[in-house]
Ligand binder design. Structure first.
Ligand code: HMG
Ligand code: MG
Length: 312
C-alpha cells in the first residue's frame, strides 16, 4: 500500500460529543480529569464542552466550570460548541479561544437538533461567526448527516458541498463532515469527498465518522486516500448525538491511533496515556466503552510496540 500521509491531526471529541449523550450525570471534576489526561496523551485539539441550551442537553450544563478549571496546556486548543448568540456570550465570558458551530445537510435532522432550518441556521450563525472572529476566536464548522439522515435517508453530495461552502464563507477555518449515524461506506466517502474537493481544499476538511456499523476505520482509509488528514474521534468510542437515534459509537480514538501508528502515520498520541484517559471516565458511565483497542488493552490481549507506543 502506498504511504497515505506522514501525519494525521486528531480532533478529540470525547468530552463533548462523547459525554453529551450520557444519561448519568458525570461530575464536573471527572470531566476535568478526563480532559487533562487527554492533553497528557498528546491530543492537541480537545472539544471541552458545549454552550448549548441546558434544557436540550443537560450533560453539557457545566461547560463554563469545566472550561474554567481545566489546566490549560498552551499547546492545546479546547474548542466548545456554540449554537447561537447566547452560546457565544457564554463562550466569550468563559474566555474560550475557539468555538464550533454546527448545522446539517438534511432539514429534518437540523430541525430536531437545533430547532432551525438549514437556511435559518445560517442566518443564526452569520452574526455569531462574525462576532467570534472580531473577538479573535477561531471558528470551526460541522455539517452533520453528510452520509445519511435518520429521518430522510439518502443525502445528496451536492447538498453537503453547499453546506460546507456556506460554513467556509462564514469564515470557518475547517469544516468537519459528519457521518452522524454511521451509515457511510468507503466508496460513498470517496464520492462525497470527491465532490467536496472539486471546490474545497483538503486542508479545510475534517472527517467525523461514527462506527455504528463498523465502517469508521474503512471510511478513514478511504478519506486518507483522498488526502484528508484531519479526523475527529472520541476516546474509548464514547458517545453519539442525542438527536440522532442510533448514533452510538463515535470512531474510538484508540482504534484510530492504533491503525495509524501501525501504518507509520504519526498522530503525536501516546497510546498508554490515551487508555489511561479513557479509564478515568469509564467508571462514571453506566455501560462499558465500546472501543475495540481499549477493550483489548484493558483485557491485556494487546501486545504491540511501535515508535513510542508500547501498551503496558
Ligand atoms: P430553542 O428551544 O429553539 O431556543 O433551542 P430558544 O431560544 O427558544 O431557547 C430555549 C431556552 O433555552 C431558553 O430558556 C433560552 O434562554 C435557553 P428559557 O427562556 O426557556 O428559560 N437557551 C440557552 N441557554 C444556554 N445557552 C444557550 C442557549 N440558547 C437558548 N446557548 C437551541 C435552540 C439551538 C438553543 C437548542 O436547540 C440547542 O441548544 N441545541 C443543541 C443540541 C445539541 O447540542 N446537539 C448535539 C450537538 S450536534 C452533534 O452532536 C453532531 C456533531 O457531533 C457532528 C456529527 O456527529 O454529525 C457536531
Ligand atoms: Mg458525532
Amino acid at each position: 500500500m502506498r504511504i497515505l500521509a506522514d501525519s494525521v491531526r486528531i480532533v478529540e471529541v470525547g468530552p463533548r460529543d462523547g459525554l453529551q449523550n450520557e444519561k448519568v450525570t458525570i461530575p464536573t471534576e471527572a470531566k476535568i480529569a478526563y480532559i487533562t489526561a487527554l492533553a497528557d496523551a498528546g491530543l492537541r485539539t480537545i472539544e471541552a464542552g458545549a454552550f448549548v441550551s441546558p434544557k436540550w442537553v443537560p450533560q453539557m450544563a457545566d461547560t463554563a466550570e469545566v472550561y474554567r478549571d481545566i489546566p490549560k496546556d498552551p499547546g492545546v486548543d479546547y474548542p466548545v460548541l456554540v449554537p447561537n448568540e447566547k452560546g457565544l456570550d457564554r463562550a466569550i465570558e468563559a474566555g474560550v479561544k475557539s468555538i464550533a458551530i454546527f448545522t446539517a445537510a438534511s432539514e429534518s435532522f437540523n430541525q430536531r437538533n437545533i430547532n432551525m432550518s438549514i437556511d435559518g441556521s445560517f442566518a443564526n450563525y452569520a452574526p455569531v461567526a462574525a462576532r467570534a472572529r472580531a473577538e479573535g476566536i477561531r471558528v470551526r464548522g460541522y455539517v452533520s448527516t453528510a452520509f445519511g439522515c435518520p429521518y430522510e435517508g439518502e443525502v445528496p453530495a451536492e447538498k453537503v458541498l453547499e453546506v460546507v461552502a456556506r460554513l467556509l464563507d462564514l469564515g470557518c477555518y475547517e469544516v468537519s463532515v459528519g457521518d452522524t449515524i454511521g451509515v457511510g461506506t468507503p466508496m460513498q466517502v470517496q464520492g462525497v469527498v470527491g465532490v467536496l474537493l472539486q471546490v474545497v481544499p483538503a486542508s479545510k476538511l475534517a472527517m467525523h465518522f461514527h462506527d455504528t456499523r463498523g465502517t469508521a476505520l474503512a471510511n478513514t482509509l478511504a478519506a486518507l486516500e483522498m488526502n484528508i488528514t484531519t479526523f475527529d474521534a472520541s476516546s474509548g468510542g464514547l458517545g453519539g448525538c442525542p438527536y440522532a437515534p442510533g448514533a452510538s459509537g463515535n470512531l474510538a480514538t484508540e482504534d484510530l491511533v492504533y491503525m495509524l501508528d501501525r501504518m507509520g502515520i504519526d498522530t503525536g498520541v501516546d497510546m498508554n496515556r490515551l487508555v489511561k484517559a479513557s479509564s478515568i471516565i469509564a467508571p462514571y458511565l453506566d455501560h462499558p466503552l465500546p472501543g475495540r483497542v481499549l477493550q483489548a488493552c484493558t483485557k491485556g490481549t494487546m501486545p504491540f510496540a511501535t515508535a513510542g507506543n508500547t501498551v503496558q
